[in-house]
Design a protein around this ligand. Structure first.
Ligand code: ADP
Ligand code: ZN
Length: 614
């Protein structure tokens, strides 16, 4: 095998990466660790890059591929992703091609011909394709700039996107020892990154870790009351925007999707129960149109690199905080304001516990899953800045509250709930440590239900002692007591509550400790608060000439249609916004706009100036 090792010329940094960034991509500056990564790889080094979705991973290998001799070979798990990148590269004047199973033989041969003639800067391949036939031998015939292994967490059996073919990518290290390998992923937990380094033989390579903060995403969590009504109200402020609505089950996806269609939205359902052709066409519509809402299960995931997703809405709790972060990360990749909106309610939790208990997993794995759920509850019940809680879960600390989440934007002072918490704990205890929150709240409120009568719970001393709070407030209090460990739910996941461990509970019951928590406003006040909430739910708009922006977007749509590419491949919203607000009058000032590189300037510059001059 070693005999096939290609001879690689000395790493040559022929061009300045910063100049390429400006000339080709039209961007004036690198972001975060991009520059360090690019210089390291240009000099022939391998690396592991951990960067959030939308952080700008692609440039980290695209620029070195342009600087170094030979094509950069990019291993990517999804055909749709490769296609997007190839189209985007073509617009920038970069010579890129993809090899995958969806192509005819003629196209494949043409790509190999270009490669041999030294006419390719980037070659995208699926791992299967790389390992099939004589692909490796052919690649070995000439110099290669680098191997980029995108979505590198697919090599991890620990994660949820495991792809067995990724394991074989280890052979690149043996087969091409002098070619730099750069593995990239948005999954940053230490367990996954160690597994990537080990399996891809990158133990000696430096790890570049970008901040996982996505400041343009606004996190808004809402108590679940009437999911359908809440969703429609939320969406009414986002007409014409594209977004993703996640729901837990296929049934829920189908029924919410219908609701949205009836309400006049351009909504489409996506889940694993649909035929592959249907799923492909949904993905395609989502990429090409800018006002499509996809209602989906988590099956709609990897491979969505559409930059202008303006919101991600969760109708049900996600599986874990990691999953939440990945799902919400699909919003606002273009850096423009975007919303992560989620409904959460007590009802979701017992169900999630039950899923874990009913799964086939081993006891130790179940424990890990319960721990993940606890972290998620800790986030939904947080009384401090959501972003701080989120980032600290990923090992990063944010000094100041963010000012861009529901807690920061809609401050709701915490109140002393010691007395109420004691009542809640007593009611749980006196009813026998086995009922769910809904029933215990009925006891506290002195409700008259058949179940209470049947169980004789109207005779309990705690019956009707909690009328100072309304049902919504009690439910919130119970969730928070659960999140803080004052209550624990029965491990079988039936939702039954019992008192938590002792060093915590007794001092509170005895009145030695007090407890302050954030409670929702009473029902009548909540209506008024909706006004404030509605403001937070709007997407902040940049100041731009609205008429010009519309002209630009119409022009972009025509361009995209005539070239059969998604509109964002022509220009991102961000670039059009900047043009519409600064109104450049000549090619030189147009070139200074972020996202306008040399190729796009010469191709579209004159037309754009005409539009601006109208
Ligand atoms: P990732 O693969 O990390 O999710 P991408 O590589 O798709 O992210 O980049 C996200 C977006 O940010 C893209 O639209 C890209 O063009 C843009 N971008 C990346 N780097 C820069 C930069 N230095 N300046 C401006 N925009 C950038
Ligand atoms: Zn905040």
């Amino acid at each position: 095998m070693l005999l096939a090792m290609p001879t690689q010329p000395m790493a040559l940094v022929s061009v300045d990466p910063a100049q390429i960034l400006l000339d080709v991509f039209g961007y004036p500056a690198f972001r975060g660790p991009q520059e360090a990564i690019v210089r390291h790889v240009c000099a022939g080094g391998s690396a592991l890059v951990l960067m959030p979705t939308g952080g700008g991973k692609s440039l980290c290998y695209q620029i070195p591929a342009l600087c170094r001799t030979g094509p950069g070979v990019v291993i990517s798990p999804l055909i749709a992703l490769m296609q997007d990148q190839v189209e985007a590269m073509a617009q920038l004047g970069v010579r890129a091609a993809a090899l995958h199973s969806g192509q005819g033989q003629e196209q494949t041969l043409a790509t190999w011909r270009c490669l041999r003639a030294g006419e390719l800067d980037l070659l995208y391949l699926s791992p299967e394709r790389l390992l099939a036939g004589d692909c490796l031998e052919r690649l070995g015939e000439g110099p290669i700039a680098l191997f980029a292994i995108d979505e590198a967490h697919c090599v991890s059996q620990w994660g949820h996107d495991f792809r067995p073919e990724y394991l074989q990518l280890a052979l690149l290290a043996e087969r091409f020892p002098s070619v730099p390998r750069i593995a990239l992923t948005a999954t940053a937990d230490p367990k996954t990154s160690n597994e990537i380094r080990q399996r891809l033989q990158l133990e000696q390579a430096p790890v570049f870790l970008a901040s996982f903060d996505r400041p343009n995403i606004r996190y808004l969590l809402r108590e679940k009351e009437d999911a359908r009504k809440q969703l429609l109200t939320f969406l009414s402020q986002h007409k014409g925007e594209s977004g993703i609505v996640y729901a837990r089950s296929r049934n829920r996806v189908d029924s919410f999707c219908k609701e949205l269609q009836v309400a006049g939205y351009n909504a489409m359902a996506y889940h694993a129960g649909l035929a592959p052709e249907v799923r492909t066409s949904v993905l395609e519509r989502f990429r090409r149109d800018s006002d499509v809402i996809v209602v989906a299960t988590i099956a709609f995931g990897m491979g969505i690199d559409k930059p202008d997703v303006r919101f991600v809405a969760h109708l049900d709790l996600p599986k874990s905080l990691e999953a939440y972060y990945q799902e919400t990360g699909r919003a606002g990749r273009d850096g423009l304001p975007a919303l992560a909106w989620m409904l959460h309610g007590a009802g979701d939790i017992p169900q999630l516990r039950r899923f874990i208990e009913d799964s086939e997993a081993e006891a130790s794995q179940k424990q890990i899953e319960h721990g993940k759920l606890d972290a998620l509850i800790n986030f939904t019940e947080a009384c401090s800045c959501r972003r701080q809680v989120l980032l600290s879960h990923f090992g990063e600390s944010l000094k100041e509250a963010c000012g861009n989440c529901d807690i920061c934007l809609e401050p709701d002072r915490s109140v002393d709930v010691t007395e109420a918490a004691r009542k809640a704990l007593s009611a749980v205890f006196r009813s026998g440590n086995r009922f769910g929150a809904a029933h215990v709240v009925d006891i506290l409120l002195g409700a008259d239900t058949a179940r209470l009568r049947e169980l004789g719970h109207q005779q309990l001393s705690v019956y009707g002692i909690g009328k100072e709070l309304d049902r919504g407030q009690w439910r919130s209090l119970f969730r928070q007591l659960l999140a803080k460990g004052f209550l624990i739910s029965d491990p079988a996941g039936h939702g039954g509550l019992q008192l938590g461990a002792d060093p915590l509970v007794r001092p509170l019951l005895r009145g030695e400790e007090s407890l302050a928590l954030r409670l929702p406003a009473p029902r009548q006040e909540r209506r008024q608060k909706r006004g404030a909430a509605a403001v937070a739910e709007q997407t902040p708009v940049a100041e731009a000439d609205a008429d010009l922006l519309k002209l630009l977007k119409d022009w972009r749509r025509q361009q995209a249609q005539s070239q059969a590419v998604p509109p964002y491949v022509v220009f991102h919203d961000r670039t059009l916004l900047e043009i519409a607000s600064s109104r450049p009058m000549d090619l030189e000032s147009l070139a200074s706009i972020s996202g306008v590189g040399k190729a796009k300037l010469s191709r579209y510059g004159d037309e754009l100036l005409k539009l601006i001059g109208q």
